[in-house]
Write a protein that binds this ligand. Structure first.
Ligand SMILES: [Zn+2]
Length: 713
């Protein structure tokens, strides 16, 4: 009797302590509320999970461990009611540093991971930085500050559970609207009423996508903060990248001991608090094994969180590829590009602005065993040579009409080859006497296949070369219109990018500097894109004599640069311009692949063949090869078209791409053969978020795979 009373008292005391604190994470309650508002969300997330599993299955571990670092631009929205909540910039910077260390497994407390679990620890290869360009193309600190009359956020209950009502994410509700959530990770920092943090999973509404963290849990400057208090953001960003709690409390399971879809995190029945002693086995009901639970995982609640696992990393990389693909190519600022600017060096990079290791003999090779060019003797890991042999072949078949007819055909498509050729072209951007803050021009892709602009370097002009030290570059997906910034569809490729100052040229002899670092942009075959290269975001126009029209300024077999305007032309505002440029680009010649068919044909496609079985091996310039076998059969009864032909439309596509038949799976692939989107059992796919450029879509319909090329505008 006495014992029972003691136990009861101790329970009540500990309960009262817990209830006085904010709950660590409100993500699941928040999700339940979202689902109650959108009946389709549950189904959407189930499909997302299916796509995740497919992606992980089709991307072997070697690919998910590629050394490429994904950099995610972050905007921190500080929404404060008093000066304590208006946390300092130093505190914000410390938070970004903590997150970066956690996602690169550079956190000091990895030493506290028990060794059996440490072997599973992952450098997730994901980094975060405060954005340097805002959605309008202007420079930014990546921090917004909003005073609010709200004393705290998140008030509402759903089936008795307090959830977060997202007021902090809307200017109209005392918070601040999100920046474009496909381009930035939005982190709101405020006083949250009931939680330390919550996040949206991929698939949630775009306007509220992001992470909310209580001001006491962001950065390590808060008085009395301890190591566990500052890991809330690392945890919530894990949800944002589609990680579940380690006890699998998610939309697919109703019981605890749930599945977090990671094989290397032992099952648990519920969150763990405090910090256990290894091996910690509080929930034996879940058979967590002899090592017990991984209570120190970032997706648990303990005070000693310090690890993401390899499977968690794979899920996060999959989520970025499938649902947040814009982050695959983002940079926060004009970064340093290491390499050798001498084209003869094996580590040549036309974009290099830090000239290192100009090695001609010993640097070739790649130390990554998964790379096609793996060389165990390589002394310098030359990332430019770390290509991966991921060639794949798919076929679309048009059958013969009868057992003897020679009217069968095969439409072959090959993806993932690595035969990119770098090239450059010099161009004079018209000889206007005074110059301007910037130059607008059109680039026309005359190559016949997609062409990727990777950089622009500025030459010299008269006495004025060497005057500019930083540049903005924009592009417009079409013949340019006279407006820049993000207005009217202009897209930022570089903002305040440092360029190497040219020197030594004369008005007629250009001296090109290193290319100005910029985000690469792909011009579809035959398309015209407008470009702006300049010193700031404002242009003044005037009529320039004698330069109107579309006379090519520069031209070669792949690219033509023209004035592209009718009557107006940028004119001087302050610093003189240098009107000689060199454009760096990459092309992927589709004819660089050779084909060997079983009937002796060496063409990509087959036409005029009899019914039968045909096999083909496609080999790219690196020796990567892929094979496919196809059965050309005989049509009976149904018309050829209705049985075999699938159309995709419209092409080019803007927001939705439709297929003429429902596909069991539809996979959108980029030019490198990477799957960037998957849908199942649908006759359309949303391509709205894709960057403009050329893609393929691989449709599986009744076990027949067809591949169709299309252009996203
Ligand atoms: Zn959570």
């Amino acid at each position: 009797m006495k014992k029972i009373i003691l136990v009861t008292i101790s329970f009540l005391i500990s309960y009262s302590i817990v209830s006085a604190q904010k709950k660590e994470c409100g993500t699941m309650e928040y999700l339940e509320n979202l689902k109650s508002q959108d009946p389709k969300l549950e189904d959407k997330m189930l499909k997302n999970e299916q796509a995740m599993q497919n992606w992980i299955k089709t991307h072997a571990s070697s690919k998910s461990t590629k050394t490429t670092i994904i950099t995610i631009p972050v905007v921190v929205h500080v929404v404060y009611n008093n000066s304590t909540e208006n946390i300092s910039t130093a505190q914000i910077l410390s938070a970004i540093e903590i997150i970066n260390k956690d996602y690169r497994r550079l956190n000091a407390d990895t030493s506290a991971t028990p060794s059996v679990f440490a072997a599973l620890g992952a450098d997730c290869g994901i980094e975060f930085c405060l954005a340097t360009t805002d959605p309008n193309g202007n420079s930014t600190t990546g921090i917004t500050r909003t005073a609010t009359s709200q004393t705290s956020f998140s008030a509402g209950t759903y089936t008795g559970v307090i959830y977060s009502d997202d007021g902090v994410k809307y200017t109209s509700q005392g918070g601040i609207d999100a920046w474009n959530t496909s381009q930035y990770l939005n982190i709101w920092v405020c006083d949250i009423n009931s939680y330390n943090g919550y996040a949206t999973f991929p698939g949630s509404p775009a306007s509220s996508d992001g992470v909310v963290v209580d001001f006491t849990r962001f950065g390590n400057f808060t008085a009395g903060s301890t190591s566990f208090m500052i890991r809330t953001a690392s945890h919530e960003i894990g949800h944002w990248l589609n990680l579940n709690h380690t006890w699998g409390e998610n939309w697919l399971t109703t019981s605890n001991c749930g599945d977090d879809f990671c094989n290397d995190t032992p099952t648990e029945s519920a969150a763990t608090y405090g910090c256990g002693t290894f091996p910690y086995n509080a929930f034996n009901a879940c058979n967590s094994g002899p090592n017990g639970e991984m209570y120190m995982n970032f997706m648990d609640y303990t005070d000693c969180r310090n690890i993401f696992t390899q499977d968690q990393k794979t899920r996060m990389i999959a989520a970025i590829n499938l649902f947040r693909p814009a982050f695959l190519n983002t940079v926060c600022q004009a970064g340093l590009v290491y390499g050798c600017t001498d084209p003869l060096a094996c580590n040549y990079s036309p974009l290099a602005n830090v000239n290192v290791d100009c090695n001609y003999t010993t640097c070739a090779g790649c130390m990554d065993e998964a790379a096609y060019s793996y060389d165990p003797l390589a002394t310098i890991s030359d990332s430019a040579s770390c290509l991966y042999c991921d060639l794949s072949a798919a076929t679309g078949v048009v059958d013969a009409s009868s057992a003897s007819a020679l009217d069968g055909s095969v439409d072959l498509s090959v993806e993932g080859w690595n035969c990119i050729t770098s090239a450059s072209m010099a161009s004079n951007l018209a000889a206007y006497s005074t110059g301007s803050t910037g130059i607008m021009f059109n680039m026309i892709n005359t190559f016949g296949n997609p062409l990727t602009i990777t950089g622009i370097s500025q030459g010299s002009y008269g006495n004025y070369f060497g005057t500019a030290t930083s540049y903005n570059i924009y592009y417009y997906p079409g013949s340019y219109v006279p407006q820049i910034g993000n207005a009217n569809g202009w897209v930022t490729l570089a903002s305040n990018a440092g360029g190497i100052v040219p020197s030594g040229g004369t008005p007629t002899v250009p001296v090109y500097s290193g290319a100005i670092p910029m985000t690469a942009v792909t011009i579809p075959a035959g398309a015209t894109y407008g470009f702006y290269l300049g010193l700031n975001g404002t242009l003044t126009y005037s009529i320039a004599a004698g330069t109107a029209g579309v006379t090519p300024w520069g031209s070669n077999g792949a690219l033509t640069i023209t004035v592209g305007h009718s009557s107006s032309f940028p004119i001087v505002v302050n610093t003189p311009r240098a009107p000689l440029i060199q454009v760096h680009y990459e092309i992927q010649p589709w004819n660089s692949i050779t084909y060997e068919w079983s009937n002796g044909a060496t063409t990509e496609d087959l036409t005029g063949v009899a019914p039968g079985t045909y096999s083909v091996t496609a080999t790219d310039c690196n020796g990567c090869s892929a094979s496919a076998t196809v059965e050309v059969g005989v049509i009976s009864g149904l018309s050829e078209e209705s049985l075999n032909t699938v159309f995709v439309h419209p092409n080019p596509a803007n927001d939705m791409l439709f297929f003429s038949k429902t596909a069991e799976t539809a996979e959108v692939l980029d030019l490198h053969g990477r799957i960037v989107k998957t849908t199942v059992n649908a006759n359309n796919v949303d391509v709205n978020y894709l960057a403009a450029g050329a893609y393929s879509i691989r449709l599986t319909i009744k076990e027949t795979v067809t591949v169709h090329r299309f252009v996203k505008e």
